[in-house]
Design a protein around this ligand. Structure first.
Ligand code: ZN
Length: 54
């Protein structure tokens, strides 16, 4: 009796691509939320860091 949903749950940092507001959620248990500041759909920060340009 294996449960895959427990393995996949992880704490990740998400970021708003527009105003850079960040938040920690359980993924993929929680769906990607809408940014409370500007209403843009937030994205996983780790993925965005690849194309980082500071
Ligand atoms: Zn935002």
């Amino acid at each position: 009796m294996e449960k895959y949903n427990e393995v996949a749950n992880e704490l990740i940092e998400i970021v708003c691509p527009k105003c850079r507001f960040t938040k920690i959620i359980h993924f993929p248990k929680e769906k990607l939320p809408i940014c409370p500041k500007c209403g843009t759909k937030m994205a996983i920060k780790e993925l965005l860091d690849e194309g980082k340009s500071y």
